[in-house]
Each structure stands twice: as structure tokens, then as C-alpha cells.
Design a protein around this ligand. Structure first.
Ligand SMILES: [Zn+2]
Ligand SMILES: [Zn+2]
Length: 277
């Protein structure tokens, strides 16, 4: 039986949370059987990955969804780890144009030197897919201040699919791009009534969850205003409004997808939440 685990090594987003580390910005580790992928390794990814016992040397791929430092800060050190101290051409980098080559607005954020250390470099753009192990990863349209930003759909052979919006502004088609998922992770930077261009607020997350109808939604990538009102309150509001079980991620949260979805941590004391799907 396959096993899919997601480790939230960081749940903070935006400049002020990143520089103050009010929440960590280490991104998300996905482990499917023996394949390990790190998505958006912001500052702290290296430290908290090792701290969580998830050696970056075991990575098979690093995915960076766009060219902002809360998403790419530790990408190059992860690539050095993945290539076993640069001794072996190993692993995959998947990222959009801005991250790999630079664009009119930003980047590149992974040097040409680091791109030569890996086995393959994959360009992410909307609707393009790649395979990592037996996971199929498809880039999804996002509308962000880095116009090359992509969200992700990650399809497993037997455990369903997981979506990750990355940073994006709301647009009416957004929810429809994330249908048929077991788990949808939404970068929800702002709380209700506090919208910000190019990011999702709780009000917009509501529209996305309503349209996408995942079995479970997870809010993450919180900005200062969100942390002030408490993301747990916003998650409960979304769950009440949509009927979709909604979890507010915390640093160290682990979610396992098996027959059910089980959210546990941080630490052993927090009782796990089991969502039957
Ligand atoms: Zn961000
Ligand atoms: Zn961003």
C-alpha cells in the first residue's frame, strides 16, 4: 500500500512574516513511498528540514513555484544537498522561467551553476506536466506579481490528488482548476475583508473551495494580518460555510493520505484529526 505524507516545514508567507520568522518559511516536503520532493524551500527550509529528521540529501526533486524569496530562499543549498555535496549529478529542479532564467520582473533565483548540478531541469508553465517517481505533477495557472508563477496538481497512482495554489490572486476560473482533489492547500495570506492584490484572502479562498470541492482544505502561507486574527478562526469559518473540512496549518503539521486523511502535530500532544473520505 502506497503512502503519501506532507510535512509543513513552514506556514508563513510574505516579507514581514519571513524576515521576522513569526511563522517559519521552510515550505512543504512531500514523501510518496521512497520519493521525496520539496516544494518552495524558503528561508529556514534547510534548518527545519534537518531538525525534522528529513535530510535534504534524500531529496529527489526541488520545485520552486515562483521567484520570491519566501519560496526560493534555500533552494540552492537544497540542490547542493540533493547532489550529495555537488559530487553527483542527481535529482530534478522544476521551476518556471523567472526562477530558472529570469524574466522582465525578477530572477533568476537558481544560478546556472546549481542548475548544472542536477540530472534534469524542468520548466514549469501552465498545463505542462512532468513525472517524478510515479507522481504526475501538473503546473496550474496562477496570477501573481511574478507572472510566471504556477500552482501545482500532484497526482498519485492510488491515493488521489493534492493541489497547491501557491501565491495567486483570485480569478473566477481558479476553483475549477483544482477540482477532483482529495486535498487542496491554499496560500491564504489575508483574512476576511483584507484583500491584497495577487494573493488570496479568506473571502476568496471561500470561492475557490466552493468551486473545487476538495475532500479537505488546508490553509497556509499566512501574512501578518492573517496571524493577527488567527488562521484557526478563518479555517473554522470556511469549514462552516462550505462543509469542507478545513485545517489551518501550523509549523510542523504532518498530513498523511491513506484511506482517510490524518492531520497530526506539531508535536505528539496535539490530538490527530482524522477525516474520512
Ligand atoms: Zn509567498
Ligand atoms: Zn509570491
Amino acid at each position: 500500500m502506497s503512502n503519501l505524507r506532507l510535512h509543513f516545514l513552514g506556514t508563513g508567507g510574505g516579507r514581514f512574516v519571513m524576515v521576522s520568522q513569526t511563522r517559519r518559511t521552510g515550505g512543504l516536503r512531500i514523501i510518496h513511498d521512497d520519493v521525496q520532493i520539496h516544494i518552495d524551500p524558503g528561508p529556514g527550509a534547510l534548518v527545519f528540514s534537518n531538525w525534522a529528521g528529513l535530510s535534504p540529501q534524500r531529496l529527489n526533486a526541488v520545485i520552486v513555484t515562483h521567484c520570491h524569496p519566501d519560496h526560493y530562499g534555500d533552494a540552492e543549498v537544497f540542490i547542493e544537498a540533493m547532489s550529495h555535496g555537488t559530487k553527483q549529478r542527481r535529482g530534478i529542479i522544476a521551476a518556471p522561467r523567472s526562477v530558472l532564467y529570469g524574466s522582465e520582473t525578477c530572477g533568476p533565483s537558481i544560478s546556472a551553476y546549481h542548475q548544472k548540478l542536477v540530472e534534469s531541469v524542468e520548466l514549469l508553465r501552465s498545463n505542462a506536466s512532468l513525472h517524478i517517481g510515479n507522481l504526475k505533477i501538473t503546473a496550474v495557472e496562477a496570477r501573481h506579481s511574478d507572472p510566471d508563477t504556477v500552482g501545482l496538481r500532484i497526482e498519485t497512482p492510488s491515493l488521489g490528488s493534492v493541489g497547491y495554489t501557491s501565491d495567486t490572486g483570485y480569478f473566477p476560473e481558479l476553483g475549477g482548476l483544482y477540482r477532483d482533489l482529495r486535498l487542496l492547500i491554499l496560500c491564504t495570506m489575508r483574512p476576511r475583508s483584507q484583500p491584497l492584490e495577487f494573493h488570496l484572502s479568506t473571502d476568496e479562498a471561500l470561492e475557490v473551495i466552493r468551486a473545487a470541492q476538495p475532500k479537505c482544505a488546508v490553509l497556509t502561507h499566512f501574512g501578518m494580518m492573517m496571524l493577527k486574527v488567527n488562521p484557526e478562526t478563518e479555517a473554522k469559518y470556511l469549514e462552516d460555510e462550505t462543509g469542507v473540512p478545513t485545517i489551518s496549518a501550523r509549523d510542523g503539521l504532518e498530513i498523511a493520505l491513506n484511506k482517510s486523511i490524518e492531520a497530526s502535530g506539531p508535536g505528539k500532544k496535539a490530538p490527530p484529526r482524522i477525516i474520512e473520505t
